[in-house]
Design a protein around this ligand. Sequence first.
Ligand SMILES: *[C@@H]1O[C@H](CO)[C@@H](O)[C@H](O)[C@H]1NC(C)=O
Ligand SMILES: *[C@@H]1O[C@H](CO)[C@@H](O)[C@H](O)[C@H]1NC(C)=O
Ligand SMILES: *[C@@H]1O[C@H](CO)[C@@H](O)[C@H](O)[C@H]1NC(C)=O
Ligand SMILES: *[C@@H]1O[C@H](CO)[C@@H](O)[C@H](O)[C@H]1NC(C)=O
Ligand SMILES: *[C@@H]1O[C@H](CO)[C@@H](O)[C@H](O)[C@H]1NC(C)=O
Length: 621
Amino acid sequence: MLIFITCLVAALVVLLTTKKRYRWIYILYKTLPRDFKALFRFTLFNIRIWKWENNNMTAAKVFASLVKKHPNKIAFHFEDDTLSFKELDEYSNRVANYFLKCGLKPGQTVALLLENCPEYVGIWFGLSKIGVVTALINTNQTLDPLVHSIKASESVALIYGSNRSAVVSDVLPKLESLKLFQFVEEQKTSAPGTDLKEELKKSSTDYLKIMDKFGPKDKLLYIFTSGTTGLPKAAVITNIRFMMMSAALNFMTQLKEDDILYDALPLYHSAGGMVGVGQCLLSGVTVVIRKKFSASNFWKDCAKYNCTAAQYIGELCRYLLATPETEPIKHNVRIMMGNGLKGQIWNKFVKRFGVKKIYEFYGATEGNSNLINIDSTVGAVGFVPRYAGAIYPVTLIKCDMITGEPIRNKYGRCTVCKIGEPGVFIGKINPKKAVNQFSGYADKTATKKKVLENVFKTGDLYFNSGDILVQDELGYFYFKDRTGDTFRWKGENVATSEVEAVISNVVDLSDATVYGVEIPGTDGKAGMAAIVDSNKTLDINVLARGLKASLPMYSLPIFLRVMQSVPLTGTFKLKKFELQKDGFNINVIEDDVYFYDAKQGSYVPLTKDIYENLISGKVRV
Ligand SMILES: *[C@@H]1O[C@H](CO)[C@@H](O)[C@H](O)[C@H]1NC(C)=O
Ligand SMILES: *[C@@H]1O[C@H](CO)[C@@H](O)[C@H](O)[C@H]1NC(C)=O
Ligand SMILES: *[C@@H]1O[C@H](CO)[C@@H](O)[C@H](O)[C@H]1NC(C)=O
Ligand SMILES: *[C@@H]1O[C@H](CO)[C@@H](O)[C@H](O)[C@H]1NC(C)=O
Ligand SMILES: *[C@@H]1O[C@H](CO)[C@@H](O)[C@H](O)[C@H]1NC(C)=O
């Protein structure tokens, strides 16, 4: 209530003191209903978080109260199976009791490499009951990137699905003294590791008293994010961060306990594994989990499970739109929430599939600055009223449009962007308030790099998202670009340094640089590698084989540019941006350019034909 009044007073002060009075009246008239609604929900959300923090709650403790309330309600649907709240609780107790007996200690980390299934949640949730942190590993990883993830999280044990046995066997020589557990999916393989399913059958479902010892600030998960520069980083997800992220979505979208949420996203990402799963664990919503997203089954599933809400990422919406327009499938999905639905296809999507409300949100897994669009304004990722900076301190500052580096004035301070002027999105860090806190990464130096100091005054701290956004006069934010050494492709983050490292491992070349290029009609950026081959010794087929063995498909460069010499101009970084500007436009590039033909599984010369077809969308990647 206090916030509410502050806000109103602030608005009035602005109104009465500004010269552009009439413009402000217009803006307030347009936005006040929206702002009241948001403020109301935001206040309820803050009360909830405040209560949770004060009562020393953890995800496990909140869940325990839900189990008591409705033990037999369905927590997860998965294929033709269901798991009730009580069953999920018992399963996670088995996990907790078993690993306690194995000698795992609070604060230690276990890596989890498993495809989507209800047990996935049961395992990490069970571990959290004994204070053990789980590192959620991207199931597409192999070789060095996989080793990096396991090492970066300082895991003492690895739980892997038997479907990943071959991948795990490949990296074991590089991971000594790791305790191994195999979770049997199809059948047990000969790869080393205790049979976890068998052990859990024997384990006790007893309640764990130790659970009460943990509080909101204790670590719950590590989720890997790109973190703008360098290799993927393990973002620290504390209990309160998890509770905040999923409660925020719950309050803002007003999901009710009788809603059923369809979650076909990977459970190792924050969207599917934290925001989605959190609706079940913390708010008592039934969640449908799917092994893997399937465009042709999406609406059929929603109908089958009576879903009323569903999660998306931009690519998913595009794939759904690309399915043949047959007889529409009757479904009850009224809410969709996610991020990356582009303005260009928004209306088409809403119209074709009859979804009433789209809640587009923006947020970094590790960040403290999240936004949500609660009134389905086309293309916007959220809004903050221009007068509400004191309540929700996020802003855009002037930056170099290519590098995303903030521009500082002669006093060393940053400048807030004007309306309509793109800038890098930052959020004030206030360690005292959970909402404004930045928990950082497992790696402390990486954490420091994401924090900006002395932004507006001496000693202030801001989280730097590295994303370029723009804000309109009504306060809506629109996403423009992601800067730094990472880009998104197929809903995954690609760290360019990781791809560069693999290239130089595969072929011994003097220089290679990787960057993202835009292909019209796709989301994110496609990977492109410029490789210097002055002696003309590069064997494209050898390179292709090596890349495919070490990189997940989404990280595989779609284009290769083979150069005779290193471009002479500028610094290494500058060079990258010039290359990026050329893209794969063979009309301006004189070097050989190759295109990864997914059907053939190899690189082919990029011809004028292929180029035109890519631009027009005839060839799809
Ligand atoms: C919360 O936990 C801390 C230690 O983790 C303890 O000192 C404090 O008394 C607890 N508070 C409540 C309300 O249980
Ligand atoms: C990730 O791996 C799974 C198989 O585990 C595969 O089906 C999926 O397409 C891959 N995702 C991407 C984005 O490459
Ligand atoms: C394991 O992999 C096989 C083949 O890749 C797939 O058909 C099956 O669904 C997977 N099983 C599980 C439980 O993930
Ligand atoms: C969906 O709703 C129908 C009708 O209300 C019901 O018969 C069916 O069992 C429900 N399906 C699921 C998976 O709950
Ligand atoms: C190219 O050949 C020259 C002479 O054989 C050699 O010194 C140089 O290292 C080679 N460069 C690369 C990139 O292999």
